[in-house]
Design a protein. Sequence first.
Lengths: 227, 826
Amino acid sequence: MPQQSQTPSDDGRAAEPGLLRILKGCDLRVQRGESVSIIGRSGSGKSTLLSLMAGLALPTEGNVHLLGQCLNRLQEDQRAAVRAQAVGFVFQNFQLMPSMSALENVLMPLELFQMPQARERALAALDQVGLSERVHHRPAQLSGGEQQRVALARAFVTEPDVLFADEPTGNLDEVTAGHVQELLFDLNARTHTTLVLVTHDKAFARHCQKAYQLTEGRLEPVHATND
Amino acid sequence: MQRMTDAATSVRWLWRGLKKGDWLWLMLAVVIASATVTFVERLGDTAKESMVRKAAMNLGADTVLESSRPIGDRWRALAEQLDLSVAESQTLVTMASVDDAKGGSAFQLVRLKGVSPNLPLRGSGDLPRIPAQSNQVWAEQALVPLMGLNTQPPSSIVLGNRSFELAATYASNQSGLGMTAFAYEMRVALDQLDQTGLKGPGSRVSYHLSVAGDAASVEAFTRAVREADTPSLEVRSAQSPSEDLGQALDTAWQFLDLAGLSAVLVAGLSILIASRFYLGRWQNMIALMRALGATRARITRLFAVQLMALALGAALIGVLLGQLLFVAVTPLLAHYFDPLVLSDWRGVSLYGLLMGVLVLWSFAWQAFRRAVATPPVALLKTISDAVPMQHWLASLGLILLVMALISAGSWWVLSAVAVMAGLLYLAAQVLIWALNHWQRHASGWLKLSIAALTRSPGLVRIQLMSIGLVLFVLMLMTFVRADLMTNWQLSLPADTPDTFVINVQPDQKETVIRLLSERGIDTDLVPMARGRLVAVEGAPIRAEDQSSSRGKRLLQREANIAVMPSPPEYNRIVAQRSQAEQAASELPFVSVEQGIAELYGLKLGQTLTFDFSGQRQTYVINSLREVTWQSFRLNFFFVVQPQPSGSLPISYLGNFALSQTDTTPQALMQVMGREAPGVLVIDAGRIMEQIQTIMRQASWAVSGLYGFTLAASLIVLLTATMASQQSRIQSWLLLRTIGASQVTVLKVGLMEFALLGALAGLLAATFAQITGLLISQFVLEMTPQLSPMLWALSVLLGSTILVIMGWLTQRHYLKLTPSAMAQRWG
């Protein structure tokens, strides 16, 4: 059953004057439980594609379906409701609140939606990412790898159906990036979450079941041999 | 349910933030704003209520109805219905004599007052309570030397066909200058007044109904009487003090309000800057929450509840602080006010709370609206943090509303704030343009400092405006305050007249001048006539047609009208007819006081008709004058030219500083009584003392408020350096990373603060100079002077303060190693 499909922007139509056409005829379908990576160079439109898929922005043309709902036809608050029920995020720059401790950062989505046993769940999530000793540290007191692990704990604590990850290791050194990747796939496997990963790291992308290359606004499947 | 849980979540988040000091700057600013408002209001209310009580004690009641006819039972019934205490009295003017063979003084004109046993209703003081059916009389002290009265053995005083024993004397209870009362007072029991046989047909008796009680009932009673608009009924209230005292009070309140307003405005500015600093944080958090699926309405609710809870909590602390401060100064107030009537704390507390909340919302509104509109995509892309114009306008509207509430709707204050903000904004814009230009030609670390400053022009504009306004307010308060204090003290110099002689008949003029000059007093006696304005341009002007109570009151009684060829030199002529018009005029001239002209809409060239004891005279308005009532010079609403026929019933009056001579008021009264019978000596020293006290109180309170403004200013300066902290530190990190030495980073960092301070100082000095010039010219009426040193001082002061602030708040980061900096801020 298709969990997510999207067809932003058909090629061939003239863009509105002053508008920059970033994506041209991208057609992508992601099934429930799949892990999909999108690779491309800086500025190729990967993050734009991700924001469209997650309903953070709307395409000027084409349609985006998420969990059976056409996002184009929904108001912002309705799209927010879809995200609230089923979507998690991990960002390149972690997006942790600097004045909150690790625990409070993980607690934030749970408290936002008044989920039961929030504190216990947040502590368990931090434990899963190996940070049970650092729950009261603020982001500035954590290393980059630790900060991203807090972000992973925050993303998985709500048990989302789909996780969007935007260059999650882009700000980390190779060794730390390796640990975070391992953790990401481990959590993904345990929670059976659908994973959409945007990265420029081909090795990282290869860990996903499917990989696509975004070049000049066009999305092409990457075959296993294409290294 | 959802809303309740949202509120709980908000409060939980707020509490966490508070524990970490996240909200410190906003909190401090709100605390200062509401503490100031609470303190100023409580102080003002207490001072006003104490003064009204004092006035009530002088009046012997809260409100007195006066009529030339018996006052009907209607008003007594209403007063009793409102649970007010009621007393009655009747006054008539008659001759009194001492029934003494050894010969007391000759006959003396007195105001004989018959009073009910419960009068005075307010204040016991010196005023006697006279039991019903008493056959004793009480006399004003001034009558003792005039009539040679004694209490041991008691003099026997003949009033009409009755003889009374003198019980005691009492001090005058005249709260005004007493010039309307042409005779000193004696009091007897009301029921005995009828026995004197003085109340016959044709006698001029005035009837009084005095009431006292709680403020609301008194107000309801007074309102009902005023609304009934009975022409024969005049209301005298403790709420409306005399002309000169009223003006001194107005000036004092105005300056107090302004001082309070400046503290609140400065506190608001720190909220404005802090809100820019919080905007970045809020935007990140809100974008994340939106991405996680929170709706905009929900986010608005979560943040609004946090801000509201913060505002309420901080305002509550501010109110407590304001009240505590007031309690702390209460012993001091007791020195100034007797009796000291502490105003109700509840209303003021509520007001302080409301103002604290309003100040936060008005100054932070633009940042709040901008933050809650942050789109979720802000997590992936950089979006502008510029606040749309409509949010700024809404914020400005709210700020003006707050200012209007504090300044009691004073439009000139509001306009001045708005114009000042606009001009500062434009000036800041020009300075930023100049900085950009300078940056292109600068090099080295100076270029880097300027670049750092112009990186976010929006924030720099706000910082410049705020710091500029703060320095401006501080300078203005320091210099203008000193000027005002000096001016107030100067306004009542040692030789200020404190004694008046009135009712000097033409044939007594020479005697009085001689008596005065023998005592070293050199004064001109001014001729005057008592008259009433009855027509303007030939059309009758009636009290009942006037909308203002002052307008009514002044038409109901006779005024002292000076009879002089031209107005006194110490009055400033503000408008005058041309020479040609004057030459063409057939009627004699009248010069009108500006305030009265405005009250009745009088214009140059109009004719005014006065009734002088039944004799009507018409004059043409030749000039309008400005009168300084607090000066204690002889001032008149109207000055008319003498008629060639000389038929007006003229008497003379004069004033002088008796305290500068060896003569006491009593001695002067005695000699006048002997050699110029009928001449009254009025001691105005008491009212002058009142005015001087008010001025001392006001200057003292203003100094206290100055402290509030200083504290608020400190917070503005701190928030101004904190607001751009993150981006500043990031650029320092960059400099250190590419190899800049610590000294270079220090120079770049401190130069940025020095520049900001110097520019703000430049703006502030310019505005302070202009405002100072305007105030000197139009308010203090002194010769305006430009002070070039002020610019140098202000620029130096601004940069020094900012460098110190910058160093204190940022020194930690200026000394960090690149790696430590990167770990904390990278």
